[in-house]
Design a protein around this ligand. Structure first.
Ligand SMILES: CC(=O)N[C@H]1[C@@H](OP(=O)(O)OP(=O)(O)OC[C@H]2O[C@@H](n3ccc(=O)[nH]c3=O)[C@H](O)[C@@H]2O)O[C@H](CO)[C@@H](O)[C@@H]1O[C@H](C)C(=O)N[C@@H](C)C(=O)N[C@H](CCC(=O)O)C(=O)O
Ligand SMILES: Nc1ncnc2c1ncn2[C@@H]1O[C@H](COP(=O)(O)OP(=O)(O)OP(=O)(O)O)[C@@H](O)[C@H]1O
Length: 504
């Protein structure tokens, strides 16, 4: 595309040394990825000002730069476009250069603190059952027809996002379900995209380092619904934030499908829910009828996630039977109360819960499924503030009978600092617990307790395949399913800890 055409389509201001005949083919916010034909977006970052990388981008071949402020010295042969909202402009350019790929698919967006991945997978199961070709973009990566492409973020930056969607569309993808993180909404990654259905699961405290207050966090999430102009909103009204969101979205003129409660306030609701260690059943009830659903996923919160997915499918006109069959066919999501398959009848689950609310939901869910003692193997992220670390300890103590505290992604903290906070809360709550610093050893101890009859939950890492060490110590490979299976086979899973292999 020519720069002049792009600028006129997006009404971009042509600020300095503008050359309308310049050919532009791509866009990036990272100078290291710049090349001839690439527009470089100088993002004013949290840590660095992207304008400082303009010379690097130009050295690599970029001759069009978008920035918030013109640099003091203009480089020869470079067209500069000035914009007040660099990130939003980046998103618009990425969308336009990729041929507005979001308009070529049916686009579903799901936001909320917990349940996005699970909801996205339930919806994909329904759509795939209806023979649609589906892509799911989120924490697990970009799953196109079951093949996972790694992505740097849950919701990638716009240049990556639109490139991925365009490629999927070219490959025949018809529907895309996106987890839309609050970061992405705040940082304009999805700016300009139009969602056919937007979904809200829930809101609990998280990411306040970015948003500051819960109110700001809520407002960031709610932005998604301002972009669902052509379609429906599906909102889990099982929390006050959800009720408020549903009311405000409806007041703004959107059609809202309310789900998640058992009373008549909900348009889609569950009846006769029954849970067990092998699955969950319920009747899906709507104004137009009821159908039985048999989820392989465990935990009553998955009923709510399934209802949000069902609401989205209903919004697009899928029949109740197709929805129920799709949900019943859904594979359990990786790392979400994922039972490690074994022949010994041991109940060991891997769960991604790494927030207080998620841990609470996970423990409450398992408690409802069994009378046996629950052992929790878990750690707390090193970048969590002390108050949240203590809350994790309190929630763990309330929900588990025995706790094995261990390392998680320590990042900026030492294990001792985390243990001081979490262990203090465990002691204050009178919990029975021990510290096993090495995560592989902790998993082995958990499996030993499963042999003695406990139900064991290894929480925090879920589908992730890495452990981030403290103080810039790097990242090591960790596959918890493999670690649990190794322990179940009678071997010491610590042989899998890459640190053990390092030459001293
Ligand atoms: C907190 C956050 O969201 N940070 C995002 C932010 O980074 P930043 O402002 O710190 O960037 P910076 O390091 O100051 O650099 C400024 C600019 O200079 C550029 N640069 C830098 C170096 C260089 O040599 N050349 C160059 O051009 C960078 O690409 C950047 O555009 O802007 C960058 C791009 O401009 C993003 O890649 C980065 O996301 C990082 C990767 C990230 O990890 N974000 C996480 C927190 C995130 O988005 N998480 C949510 C999910 C959260 C959840 O639900 O759990 C997600 O959607 O993944
Ligand atoms: N509806 C829900 N309400 C509360 N907790 C939930 C709900 N759904 C899932 N969880 C908990 O949150 C964890 C993460 O679930 P999921 O990955 O589906 O959410 P997410 O929003 O994608 O999370 P993240 O953004 O951290 O990846 C689960 O392992 C479970 O413990």
């Amino acid at each position: 595309m020519l720069l002049g055409e792009l600028a006129s389509r997006l009404q971009l201001p042509s600020t300095a040394q503008f050359d309308a005949d310049r050919v532009v083919t791509a866009v990036t916010h990272d100078s290291r990825l710049a090349a001839p034909g690439t527009i470089f977006i100088a993002v004013p970052g949290f840590r660095m000002d992207g304008t400082k990388f303009i010379p690097d981008a130009v050295d690599r071949g970029s001759n069009v730069v978008v920035c918030a402020q013109l640099p003091e010295e203009l480089l020869p042969g470079v067209s500069y476009l000035l914009t007040a909202d660099v990130r939003s402009t980046m998103a618009q350019i990425a969308r336009e250069l990729n041929g507005r790929p979001d308009e070529l698919v049916r686009l579903y967006g799901v936001t909320g603190t917990n349940g996005k991945t699970s909801t996205a997978y339930f919806l994909s199961a329904i759509l795939r059952h209806a023979k649609r070709r589906v892509g799911v973009m989120g924490t697990i990566g970009f799953d196109v027809d079951g093949k996972i492409i790694e992505t740097p973020n849950t919701t990638p930056e716009a240049p990556i996002l639109h490139d991925l969607i365009r490629t999927a569309v070219e490959g025949g993808t018809e529907d895309i379900i996106m987890e839309v993180s609050s970061h992405s909404l705040e940082l304009q990654r999805v700016s300009g995209m139009v969602f056919d259905v937007a979904m809200f699961t829930n809101l609990t405290e998280d990411h306040l380092e970015l948003h500051g207050t819960m109110e700001e966090y809520y407002c960031a999430k709610k932005r998604l619904f301002g972009q669902a102009t052509t379609g429906h909103a599906v909102v889990d009204i099982g929390s006050p934030w959800g009720e408020r969101a549903a009311d405000e979205i409806a007041a703004a003129g959107n059609a809202v499908i309310r789900v998640g409660r058992t009373d008549q306030e909900a348009d889609v609701r569950p009846e006769h829910t029954q849970t067990g260690l092998t699955g969950t059943t319920f009747d899906l009830v709507t104004a137009s009828g009821r159908v039985p659903v048999q989820l392989r996923a465990l935990g009553t919160y998955h009923v709510r996630n399934a209802l949000v997915a069902a609401g989205a499918a209903l919004a697009q006109g899928y029949p109740l039977e197709v929805i129920a069959e799709g949900l019943s066919a859904a594979e359990p999501v990786l790392g979400r109360l994922e039972r490690v398959i074994n022949d010994d009848g041991l109940d060991v689950f891997i769960d991604y819960a790494h927030t207080t609310d998620a841990l609470d939901s996970c423990l409450t869910a398992v408690r409802a499924l069994t009378d046996r003692p629950i052992t929790l193997v878990f750690g707390v992220l090193g970048d969590r503030i002390p108050r949240l670390r203590k809350e994790m300890g309190t929630v763990a103590a309330a929900g588990a009978d025995y706790i094995i505290l261990t390392e998680d992604d320590l990042k900026v903290s030492s294990l001792a600092e985390v243990v001081a906070d979490v262990g203090g809360a465990l002691d204050a709550a009178g919990a029975e617990w021990e510290l096993i610093e090495n995560r592989w050893d902790a998993i082995a101890a958990g499996v030993a307790r499963a042999r003695a009859g406990d139900v064991v939950i290894v929480a925090g890492k879920g589908h992730e395949r890495q452990l981030i060490l403290p103080d810039g110590g790097g990242i090591v490979h960790l596959d918890e399913v493999e670690a649990v299976k190794t322990a179940m086979a009678g071997q010491n899973p610590r042989i899998l800890d890459p640190r053990e292999l390092r030459v001293p």
